[in-house]
Design a binder for this molecule. Sequence first.
Ligand code: AMP
Ligand code: TRP
Length: 320
Amino acid sequence: MRILSGIQPSGALHIGNYFGMMRPAIALQAEGEALYFIADYHALTTVRDPETLRANSRRVALDFLACGLDPERATLFRHSDVPQVTELAWILSTVAPMGLLERAHSYKDKLARGMAPTVGLFNYPVLMAADILIYDSDVVPVGKDQKQHIEMTRDLAVKINETFGQVFKLPEPRINPQTQVVPGLDGQKMSKSYGNNIDIFGDEKEARKRVMSIVTDSTPIEAPKDPEGSTIVQLYSLFATKDELANMREQFKKGGTGYGDFKKELFEKLWEYFAPMRQRRQEILRDKSYIDNVLSKGAKRANEIADQVMERVRKAVGLR
Ligand code: AMP
Ligand code: TRP
């Protein structure tokens, strides 16, 4: 089984990224050949400062490694170290129906948030399909927001197979129902672009401040509170044991504890959860060449697979 996923280096990683994609991806590295990449070509659709893009890319590699990606088992690489994906994206774009791309939620969301409608933004799902198909991927661990992109990848693979014969495998999304949408401070999907994120490796004071600013209703301290749909309880469930979670839900229903106290409990759990990863991060930072070595080894392996698949594709469509 080949497992593949990508993450954009568009800023600091948050706990939505961690539970939605990184933790499942790290768990899957024991189950097959895993390839994880830093989607710098994709980030070019939003990041326009070269130094920022370079720094963010290294930072994503560092954070992913600190969270448990094991470079002995999984391949970690930069998207742009496999430039053949852009060739495959072109080939896919020649069969991609405009209507399919026009229906993409993420494109429509981005325009609704005021981003300029560039061709790159519109074509994003085609490049993402190339990212997946170029490694003959079987399984793609992602959060729910990426589901449609994977369906589009399958549609494009089918189009190529119908037109040129059996060229591509059809990949399956792997979406964990418990963590498919991690809520942010305002209860919406946690996202850097909504400003409702809690970062994995943020500063302690800032993280505490953010947790304390989770939006709640105004039920007074003494009154019973509804744990269903509470952002505090949802986030707490990511970190707490079953008993701890049951206990918080009990306390909610009983009344007598204010939201501030629940938020403090949540912060303590969250901070403790990431402590070993913070330590691992410091260790990695001490070894100046570690990240470069991991990425160059990763690029080599990713290129081996991509070159083989591209030979097959070029032959199938008549470019060789
Ligand atoms: P992005 O930051 O958009 O590159 O997202 C990287 C990965 O994290 C993707 O697989 C997303 O589906 C996942 N992800 C991002 N935000 C969330 C969230 N709030 N809940 C669950 N998964 C998320
Ligand atoms: N679009 C994904 C996101 O924004 C990142 C991504 C790019 C990706 N290419 C991919 C994820 C291929 C999985 C597989 O989160």
